[in-house]
Design a protein around this ligand. Structure first.
Ligand SMILES: C[S@@+](CC[C@H](N)C(=O)[O-])C[C@H]1O[C@@H](n2cnc3c(N)ncnc32)[C@H](O)[C@@H]1O
Length: 204
């Protein structure tokens, strides 16, 4: 099953694929029924990531696996030169005000631990790129598309945007991009859940 708020860009149809439209913050899909649940590049956009992750976990069977893949903009905090860092600082302020959490990657493992998942581990991987590369082109396209909003929000100005676009065009400038953070864990076995519930009731 594939689930999204908006299915308008999905052009895959297959007999074995159940496409459903809905809001993952609103509630779990088929609670307790899936062996594997995965979400990629979704949670940094939702208004309540805590609720969304709890809903993803609630869809799992006992011993089911959850895999979350989300960005973390940690590598841009060491970008050089300092004016590029200033550009990214403005970008991150803009994203926070727009309700996008580009630092969510680092929060995934502790959130899964707080929900009682087991065998939690993960990796974060970034790309190293230079001006003129595919990654630089991706930045140029994204920033050009968002430029009006970025500048009108007051977190960035035209000279800073021009400076960044200039670096993205120069092959001698090397930098790092987002840390793509993949974290996974499993729900406990059914007996453990039942005994945890019994002891929770006992404590109450
Ligand atoms: C950056 S795209 C990622 C799409 C896809 N998961 C991928 O990795 O290519 C973010 C997706 O999250 C969906 N989305 C955002 N908020 C959502 C929510 N509350 N419930 C379900 N889907 C949501 C958007 O409609 C969009 O398709």
């Amino acid at each position: 099953m594939a689930f999204d708020l908006d299915l308008s860009l999905v052009d895959v149809r297959a007999a074995c694929l159940d496409l459903r439209k809905g809001d993952i913050v609103a509630g779990p899909v088929n609670p307790g029924s899936f062996d594997l649940v995965t979400a990629r590049a979704v949670l940094h956009h939702v208004a309540d990531a805590e609720a969304a992750i709890a809903n993803l976990v609630a869809s799992l069977r006992p011993r089911g696996a959850l895999l979350l893949i989300e960005p973390d903009f940690l590598p841009v905090s060491i970008a050089e030169p300092p004016e590029v860092r200033a550009f990214w600082d403005g970008w991150l302020e803009w994203s926070r005000e727009r309700g996008i959490d580009y630092q969510i990657g680092r929060t995934l493992a502790p959130r899964l631990a707080a929900l009682g998942l087991e065998q939690i581990s993960g990796t974060a991987e970034t790309a190293i790129y230079n001006g003129g590369s595919g990654w630089a082109d991706y930045c140029i396209q994204t920033i050009t598309e968002l430029r009006g909003d970025l500048v009108s929000f007051g977190k960035l100005n035209d000279p800073l945007v021009e400076m960044f676009l200039g670096y993205c065009a120069g092959p001698t400038w090397w930098t790092q991009t987002i840390a793509f953070t993949a974290v996974h864990g499993c729900t406990p076995a059914a007996e453990q859940t039942a005994s945890a519930n019994r002891s929770a009731r006992f404590r109450i």
